[in-house]
Design a protein around this ligand. Structure first.
Ligand code: R5P
Length: 297
């Protein structure tokens, strides 16, 4: 079953599994409220409900919760929420006094009364299993992203983490691509829109620089890292790889100013009209494989 956030991905996953998508109806009331209805024939089914929490995040979240509620009322055997991009994962703890912990709130919404299990792709927080109260299956798009960019990566390439939080991810890309150079940009986030860069750890060589991050939202982090890398050494080309390309608030233009030779991302979030340098590594195979596996467990 698909929510409205990424029906093309849901159709592709269904096609690979050779199953039809269950019918749903989405109504939007004049005040912005959403109403949903599902096919009552799903009773008894092992149900997979696909809805990334892409922008508009809050609408897609409420739609997912309403769909889960509508499904639960038909008494399916089990509901797995397939959430290719999981929003509200940035805040898994407070870092300043007075803050809310978004991931805890999300965890309480995705509890056992609504869903039995959650399947996510490259969540921002690694320890999802200890935060959600239902079982969480995590799959990674890193191998698919590495495959999609491999033809441009020479052995002298450096993988660059745009902040300390992306170091493990950079190392995973380096392992996938058999690269030994990893560098880290030192970033401080001032607000959702502003980042400061104070330095670079690691030494780039003359080859390409591959900037990697789990998600690109406004593109400020990647653009700041690209600027820092180009200032400190002259990479022969700049490439970017990310799982979740949210690309809001002029992110594409911000990134294009650094003339990347390739930007590879997945289709957890859909876009039209991306520049020709963008390559999409679909997660449809990853999700259909995970669903086929979960169906028997
Ligand atoms: C932060 O820790 C994340 O990994 C990303 O670096 C961040 O969300 C990217 O946001 P933006 O593109 O707005 O800088």
């Amino acid at each position: 079953m698909s929510g409205s956030a990424n029906s093309s991905l849901a159709k592709e996953v269904g096609a690979r599994l050779e199953v039809d998508l269950a019918e749903t109806r989405l109504d939007r009331f004049p005040d912005g409220e959403i109403g949903v209805a599902v096919d009552p024939a799903i009773g008894g089914a092992d149900l997979y409900l696909l809805q990334p929490l892409s922008p508009p995040v809050n609408d897609h979240l409420v739609e997912l919760l309403l769909l889960a509620d509508a499904c639960r009322r038909q008494v399916p055997a089990r509901i797995t929420a397939v959430i290719p991009y999981l929003a509200y994962a940035r805040k898994d703890r407070t870092t300043k006094a007075g803050e809310a912990v978004g991931l805890r709130v999300l965890a309480s919404l995705l509890g056992p009364d609504r869903v039995d299990r959650v399947l996510v792709v490259d969540p921002h927080v690694a320890q999802m299993q200890s935060i959600l109260s239902v079982p969480v299956e995590v799959v990674s798009a890193v191998p698919a992203l590495a495959t999609a960019i491999r033809d441009r990566v020479t052995p002298d390439a450096t993988v660059v983490a745009p902040d300390a939080g992306a170091v493990k991810l950079a190392q995973r890309f380096a392992d996938e691509l058999d690269l030994s150079n990893v560098a880290i940009v030192l970033k401080d986030r001032r607000s959702g829109q502003e980042v400061d860069v104070s330095g670079l750890v690691g030494k780039g060589v003359d080859g390409p620089a591959l900037l990697v991050d789990d998600m690109i939202t406004t593109g400020n982090t990647i653009a700041a890292a690209a600027g820092t890398v180009s200032d400190r050494w002259e990479p022969s080309s700049l490439m970017i790889a990310t799982t979740h390309g949210l690309l809001v608030d002029g992110a594409v233009d911000r990134i294009e100013k650094h003339s990347p030779s390739a930007v590879v991302m997945t289709d957890t979030v859909t876009h039209t009209d991306l520049p020709p340098s963008y390559r999409i590594a679909s997660v449809a195979g990853l999700l259909s494989g995970a669903i086929a596996d979960l169906h028997w467990r």
